[in-house]
Design a protein around this ligand. Structure first.
Ligand code: GLA
Ligand code: ZN
Length: 717
């Protein structure tokens, strides 16, 4: 993919000049130059102005602005504006408005109010994209096409009759005959057998649980439906020129399958709003950036939206702390971004987003944030040598959208929200140690990794299992965590022992799940242990939030000793499993007798009914190994395990000993030291030239609170 701006890191934001009098445009451009802005996103919400009446277009005002951008040397990311159809569409075609599960038609007056199968929406959105392409493809300012905006951010699934019909067609195409669907969905239970695709409903409000396979297929359908809208617009844009096309993702937002979408865009772009009031937000920046970078095999991406200071959509909206806007932006670049864009350039004068920060605040240049806006512009300019640089990771964490959805729609053993929780946690453990990590999908090439982490991949994929076997055979180390391999891609149960096709590699299978339910019971209810003599004697170990693990491996013990004294006990979470060696899996036998190949590194503690059962196992295969963790390990357990695995996988964990708060990331020729703490941090052994302070480091460096250094071997001309 050719870069959006060949020589510079992109910097700018959504610019919605349609909100202000025309003279503000010149002032804006002047301020953009001051701030170092080189790219603006135009027209994201301009449909009503571009097509004021059906089929009547007005591009003149936009052309004037784009001409001014070109004259000022500012590039344009031109949006197709199709995320918010005009009032006339809602008025004349009420069927274009989306319907909720409950059957309520949503009203005009907000945004994203379109039904994805609405013929009128499809026609007009595609036509608008085609007209914009015809008008502006040759415009000198145009650098990038921006289709729609954050697909599914508010409306994930429309439940109208037209969508139901599209769902039926999608299913008919997927399954070809109704018997195949009946089998996949196991409709033989609860009398759900269908004799024709036309009998199938959308998962509208129903008496109780929907068929979970239907829910999974519905999520896939909604995703495909929206991707179809993207493709329709993108094909119009691509027919007119070879300007790259993007649409802005929302991190690991679960309602679209980002990895699939990434195949359809020319450059990945992402919107990200970590909450400054949460300490984990420093990691959120790294995690979402690594996720985006992984979508196209390590290729750079754009941060399409973040806020300068605060958002307005949380109940409480804290601003970033001094320096944090720059710090997080630089972290984003360190992890693979080639552009840092904000929502939005100038803070709205009214409407729902009036209180959302902009690069230019309501108070204009008097704002406390304005100097930081300019400072980041300069910093991005000076770290341009990072462009073209890649991150060399030897570890990957696998994230799989279908598995995440499958687990979230499956009632029991514990129903969890659709989120990459486990992938995030393992990624964070690695990040805390400054171990460069890629986030990959189940189809990605694993050949460069010496450690592969497979966290909670609910679906059993035989081909993926084969590729993991190949990785281990060439000496890699694979760590699989529970629950993995529980269902087939159709969402039918894996039978004969969970872990399915991974059992052979791991040497174990899972016979049963045993999940705790903390909070399910409390004596605050109408029960009093002083008088309720039977109830008070009923023991409920499954009320515990954690389960202590007993470590059997000396290596793991040593790793725990390093954490401090007294040695912390690793703990599992609510998820627990009965694990057996595959060789003995035909019948229920003594759990502690695993095959010669499979060692038990830790077992569940005896305070729970799983006491003595394996919690962490390992099977060595040549110089590689396959590890299984039968619970959701806590931070201490993950830390110790990663230390042990790093030794086997020969990973550089020198970054783990850097002072508190320091994130170190190397991208290409540049090594970033990002200080997330409130204290100035002294760093020994840093030599080279800091692109940001433009000073040479000779073995000793000080990084100010919430600031960064970007070190290269020598000054770059
Ligand atoms: C999203 C949208 C923007 C804006 C921001 C506010 O990212 O794409 O239009 O509403 O949220 O944070
Ligand atoms: Zn619909």
């Amino acid at each position: 993919m050719k870069p959006v701006l060949p020589m510079n890191i992109c910097y700018g934001g959504d610019w919605n000049p349609d909100q202000w009098p025309a003279q503000t445009v010149d002032e804006d451009i002047q301020l953009m130059k001051e701030a170092g802005v080189n790219l603006v996103t135009l027209g994201v919400f301009s449909w009503a102005k571009l097509e004021p009446e059906p089929g009547v277009y007005d591009f003149e005002w936009l052309r004037e602005i784009m001409d001014k951008c070109a004259a000022a040397g500012i590039y344009v990311d031109l949006a197709t504006g199709t995320a918010s159809p005009p009032a006339w569409m809602a008025k004349r075609h009420p069927e274009s408005l989306p319907v909720t599960k409950e059957g309520v038609r949503l009203a005009f007056g907000s945004r994203q109010q379109y039904c994805p199968s609405s013929a009128v929406y499809k026609k007009h959105s595609r036509e608008l994209a085609a007209r914009l392409a015809a008008e502006f493809s040759d415009h000198p300012a145009l650098a990038l096409w921006h289709v729609n905006n954050e697909y599914a951010c508010h409306v994930h699934g429309c439940y109208c009759d037209a969508c139901e019909h599209e769902f039926q067609e999608w299913l008919a195409e997927k399954y070809e005959n109704i018997e195949a669907l009946n089998h996949a969905w196991n409709t033989y239970f609860w009398a759900q057998i269908y004799s024709d695709f036309s009998e199938i409903s959308l998962p509208r409000l129903a008496p109780t649980f929907h068929n979970s396979a239907q829910m999974l297929d519905h999520a896939r359908f909604v995703d495909a439906q929206l991707l179809g809208l993207f493709d329709a617009e993108a094909s119009e844009l691509r027919a007119a020129s070879d300007i790259p096309v993007t649409t802005n993702f929302l991190g690991d937002f679960p309602h679209t399958n980002g990895r699939e979408w990434a195949k359809h865009v020319d450059i990945v772009s992402d919107d990200s709003y970590p909450d400054p009031a949460i300490p984990g937000s420093a990691h959120e920046v790294a995690f979402t950036a690594d996720l985006m970078r992984g979508y196209k095999g390590g290729a750079p991406f754009l941060l399409m939206e973040q806020t300068t200071a605060a958002v307005q959509w949380r109940p409480q909206n804290s601003p970033k702390r001094p320096g944090q806007y720059s710090l997080w932006s630089l972290s984003r670049v360190a992890h693979g971004a080639d552009g840092i864009m904000q929502f939005q350039w100038r803070q709205s004068p009214g409407g729902a987003e009036m209180m959302h920060s902009g690069m230019v605040a309501h108070s204009g240049k008097k704002s406390r944030w304005w100097p930081e806006v300019g400072e980041l512009g300069k910093q991005l300019e000076s770290i341009a040598p990072v462009l073209g640089g890649r991150i060399d990771a030897r570890v990957c964490v696998v994230a799989d959208w279908d598995s995440m959805i499958a687990r979230s729609v499956t009632p029991g053993p514990n129903t969890v929200p659709a989120a990459f929780t486990a992938a995030r946690k393992w990624h964070r453990t690695l990040w805390e140690k400054n171990i460069a990590t890629d986030i990959v999908g189940i189809e990605d090439d694993l050949s460069k990794y010496s450690l592969v982490i497979v966290p909670e991949i609910f679906i059993d994929y035989p081909e993926f299992a084969t590729r993991l076997e190949e990785a281990v055979a060439r000496g890699a180390h694979v760590l699989v965590t529970a629950p993995t391999g529980v269902v087939t891609p159709d969402l039918r149960a894996v039978t004969g022992g969970y872990l399915g096709s991974l059992s052979e590699l791991l040497g174990v299978c899972v016979t049963d799940h045993s999940v705790n339910s903390p909070g399910a019971w409390s004596f605050e209810s109408d029960l009093d242990p002083r008088v309720d003599r039977i109830t008070r004697s009923v023991e409920v170990p499954s009320a515990a939030e954690y389960r202590d693990l007993e470590v059997r491996s000396p290596l793991l013990q040593r790793a725990l000793d390093q954490i401090g004294s007294p040695r912390p006990t690793p703990r599992g979470g609510v998820w627990g499993e009965y694990v057996m060696a595959v060789k003995e899996a035909d019948e229920f036998t003594d759990p502690m007798w695993l095959s010669d190949e499979v060692e038990v590194l830790a077992q569940f503690g005896y305070e729970s009914d799983l006491g003595g059962w394996p919690a962490i196992t390992r099977r060595k295969v040549g110089s590689g190994s396959a590890w299984y963790v039968a619970t959701n390990l806590d931070a201490v357990g993950r830390d110790a395990l990663i230390r042990v695995l790093s030794a086997y996988a020969r990973l550089d964990i020198s970054g783990a000993t850097l002072p508190d708060g320091i994130e170190r990331v190397t991208r290409g020729l540049v090594t970033f030291y990002l200080n997330h703490s409130d204290k100035a941090v002294q760093l020994a052994g840093v030599t080279g030239y800091d692109l940001i302070s433009k000073a040479t480091a000779t073995g000793h460096a000080v990084v100010a609170p919430r600031s960064a250094m970007a070190i290269v071997a020598k000054p770059v001309s």
